[in-house]
Design a protein around this ligand. Structure first.
Ligand code: PA5
Length: 435
């Protein structure tokens, strides 16, 4: 069972960062935490995502749906239309837990679960290629949009509808919508064509919606164990409410980021050492950027993947401007690790690798990179997951949501709106109507 804990190590942070504001802002951070939690039942507010771990009814509905779809032989593929918060959380969960190579796994190994493709952009080549490659008669179409009318979601949906009609199939009878429960284009379409609809609560914003049907349905259909996801976020939810700086990772991380920001570290780097966590890092970037970048404030999030970026961005992190806070993510145990064979008879230099496992070397590289950064006086934080499974990754995602919300409140910005995104959406629609 999952007895171990996610660990956070600030030792290389405290040795390289002036921590005045970390200490002086602690009681304020806990006041903000209590304010955040006390607004979770406010239907006008946007902290409803804090109720998701406790929404057993919603989890049951999602599970029933996943069981129904995977229990019948009707579908082999899932095609998800959605963008931003309506896509990245599911992508993060699936790639972390089923690897980015899920669709390449043989049908017999995937068992009853579906291949998954996401269309999250208006790239004609991607849309065309996905629609060409999929067997559309065996595809379930999942359209996700809280507002119900996002251009980048609706346009590919309309194209898919046309392609499906050419096969004499009824597109809408193979559709499921996840949207607002009372308004919007998708809501209206669902009423008109009796399309199954899973609601997104009004007080849950897109980038905080991964543990609503938005993230859970795609993840469940790709074989992610939703009961363990729930266990993970329930655990996170109780850890996030601890009024104890050592036990509350969400608050300590928010404070560290806030403190570094006040010390002119304008960039927050998330650097997991696993290719499976690339999408997870993308999800985090969206969460952090859209929540915090307001009124001239906020540290710019970027992602780096270890060890890949040791041969790329690490040069900048080590010797470029000292304007970054780097947060590493380590997997203590790598799933299905591989022992490196001994081919020293072929060349004596191969000896140094033999006896080690691939994932262990990755962790040695992380420790070495962290050490080098410390020597260059760059502050770093290390988060260690005992292993990469549903329980720990969901727990970490939930902790990062709370941490982002607290970081926003410390910065005195609203972590739940996105006026800068809305404005560009409006200008695009204006331009389309005029042309
Ligand atoms: O976090 C957010 O609110 C945004 O990223 C939205 O998720 C994104 O703009 C998509 O919006 P919608 O779900 O309304 O299509």
């Amino acid at each position: 069972m999952n007895q171990q804990k996610i660990k956070i190590d600030f030792s290389h942070y405290f040795s390289n960062e002036i921590t005045t504001n970390f200490r002086s802002s602690q009681s304020n951070a806990f006041n903000l935490l209590s304010k955040l939690y006390s607004s979770k039942d406010d239907f006008q507010g946007m902290a409803g995502w804090l109720n998701l771990p406790h929404d057993l009814k919603m989890f049951d509905k999602v599970n029933d749906f996943v069981t129904k779809i995977t229990g019948e032989d009707k579908y082999e593929h899932l095609l998800v239309f959605g963008i931003g918060g309506s896509s990245l959380g599911a992508q993060a969960l699936i790639e972390s837990l089923q690897t980015p190579l899920w669709n390449r796994i043989s049908k017999s190994k995937r068992k009853q679960f579906l291949t998954i493709d996401f269309i999250d952009n208006l790239d004609p080549q991607i849309i065309r290629t996905i629609l060409t490659k999929l067997n559309l008669k065996k595809t379930l179409f999942l359209v996700i949009s809280k507002s119900g009318g996002t251009l980048e979601t609706i346009v590919p949906m309309l194209i898919a509808k046309e392609w499906v009609a050419e096969l004499d199939e009824n597109f809408y009878s193979n559709c499921v919508f996840i949207t607002s429960k009372e308004k919007g284009l998708l809501y209206d379409l669902s009423k008109k064509h009796s399309i199954p609809l899973f609601p997104i609560p009004e007080n849950v914003g897109g980038r905080y919606s991964v543990f609503s049907p938005v993230g859970l349905i795609p993840a469940g259909l790709a074989g992610v164990n939703l009961a363990e996801v729930r266990e993970g976020i329930l655990q996170a939810d109780s850890l996030c409410q601890l009024v104890d700086i050592k036990g509350n990772i969400a608050v300590s991380l928010a404070l560290a980021a806030f403190n570094s920001y006040l010390n002119n570290k304008n960039i927050f780097v998330l650097m997991p050492y696993s290719t499976c966590l690339k999408r997870f890092a993308d999800w985090f970037i969206q969460l952090w950027a859209e929540s915090l970048g307001k009124r001239g404030k906020g540290s710019t999030p970027i992602s780096a993947i270890g060890a890949t970026d040791q041969h790329s961005q690490i040069q900048m992190f080590n010797e470029g401007p000292n304007d970054k806070l780097i947060c590493f993510i380590k997997l203590n145990k790598h799933k299905r690790d591989i022992l490196i064979p001994d081919f020293s008879s072929e060349n004596p230099s191969f000896k140094q690798y033999s006896g080690h496992k691939v994932g262990q070397i990755l962790n040695v590289e992380l420790d070495a990179t962290r050490r080098a950064l410390t020597e260059n006086k760059r502050p770093t934080i290390l988060i260690t997951l005992p292993e990469l499974n549903e329980y720990y990754i969901s727990q970490l995602m939930y902790v990062l949501e709370v941490s982002t919300a607290i970081a926003g409140m410390l910065l005195d910005v609203n972590p739940f709106d996105q006026p800068g995104v809305e404005l560009a959406k409006r200008y695009t629609n204006d331009a389309l109507l005029r042309s």
